[in-house]
Design a binder for this molecule. Structure first.
Ligand SMILES: Cc1cc2nc3c(=O)[nH]c(=O)nc-3n(C[C@H](O)[C@H](O)[C@H](O)COP(=O)(O)O)c2cc1C
Length: 343
């Protein structure tokens, strides 16, 4: 099986399996963790270009990153071309490796203003914005889109064409329309068709929950790489597993020691960067996702959300994964969850 490097713009990645951007989730500590666990690059959650313009402390916090994350993209959204260009320049100055524009967000608050997935309704005007952004910075500009606004207007091919003409470096496509939100299934035939007709690298995205499916999507649909979002929350080892399969090797299911190491690293990084209360909020979410499918996960979840002290929480989690890791029900990995988000 192929083990060749994956070329995305100027970056050579060792394999095509990449953590998808997720608001409130792909913060710096989780991105670092996923790089350690083999995601071949990482992207921040969406950050408002207008927010960057006004330099709000909370907005600027979202742009913090660690060198360990490279290759790293910071993602922005907004409807104002000047704000987007200045935000891209700010991101370049911060030292990110590329700037990604969110053109897939379906959330009413964002699309009402004409940002996110609404920008793809008019590929001509979008092309002008993208051209201006590409001219404004030296780092690659990339975009993440959906297949279209609704079933009647799946214009991703036109959007990819506009992006190509503007000098965008690659396009990631979540295989659903804006109208679908997170319902139905990602349309991989549609993504494969765009890939076949495009000269730009195409990253496919949607509903990958196992390493086997990740490799299958790349090989079947010919995409340059795939983004994996929710699948990485229930199986944080998915990138390592996919990398092994990609190289023609097999992989072992994670042992309790793998989970304990992961918890240890995540605890350290969360508490390094966030105040105790915020670190606890993040810890609880991740522990609930990681534990899905293990026997006793429902009781564990309710404990996780009621234990007040961080040390007790991590202790409880360590004990849980020490005892339960070998008995997981893998069906849980493909059950739908988190049916809402910003892309
Ligand atoms: C909670 C959540 C937050 C998300 N936030 C973002 C975001 O900030 N930017 C973005 O481009 N996509 C965002 N997405 C979309 C994901 O990147 C991805 O396109 C989508 O979840 C489908 O992939 P998956 O089935 O592998 O999860 C988000 C998704 C979820 C579930």
């Amino acid at each position: 099986m192929s083990t060749s490097l994956v070329q995305l713009g100027p970056f050579q990645l060792k394999h095509p399996f990449i953590l998808a951007p997720m608001a409130g989730i792909t913060n710096s500590p989780f991105r670092r963790l996923m790089r350690r666990l083999s995601s071949s690059m990482v992207i921040s959650e969406l950050v408002s270009a207008t927010g960057i313009e006004y330099a709000g402390a909370k907005t600027l916090d979202l742009l913090r990153f660690h060198d360990e994350e490279r290759v790293l993209g910071l993602q922005i959204f907004g409807e104002d071309t000047e704000h987007l260009c200045r935000a891209a320049q700010y991101i370049e100055k911060l030292g990110a490796d590329f700037v990604d524009l969110n053109l897939g967000c379906p959330v009413p608050k964002v699309v009402k203003k004409g940002a996110g997935s609404a920008m793809c309704k008019d590929p001509v005007s979008l092309g002008k914005t993208l051209s201006a952004m590409v001219k404004a910075v030296r780092i690659p500009v990339t975009i993440k889109i959906r297949t279209g606004w609704d079933a009647q207007s799946r214009n991703a091919l036109e959007v990819v064409q506009a992006a190509t003409d503007a000098g965008v470096s690659w396009v990631a496509i979540h295989g659903r329309t804006r109208a679908q939100g997170y319902s139905g299934e990602a349309d991989w035939d549609f993504i494969g068709n765009i890939k076949a007709r495009s000269s730009l690298p195409i990253l496919g995205n949607g509903d990958i929950t196992t390493a086997e499916a990740a490799v299958h999507r790349v090989k079947t649909y010919g995409v340059d790489a795939v983004l994996i979002g929710r699948g990485a929350l229930r199986n944080p080892f998915i990138f390592q597993q996919a990398e092994a399969l990609w190289k023609g090797e097999s992989y072992d299911f994670p042992q309790s020691s793998d989970y304990i190491q992961l918890l240890h690293e995540q605890q350290k990084m969360l508490h390094e960067i966030y105040p105790a209360r915020t670190a606890m909020i993040h810890a609880r979410k991740f522990l609930a996702w990681y534990s899905a499918g293990f026997p006793g996960c429902h009781e564990f979840r309710s404990q996780v959300f009621s234990i007040p002290e961080p040390e007790d929480l991590w202790q409880e989690a360590t004990q849980f994964f020490e005892k339960r890791t070998r008995e997981r029900d893998l069906k849980f990995l493909s059950q739908p969850f988190l049916m809402g988000g910003h892309g």
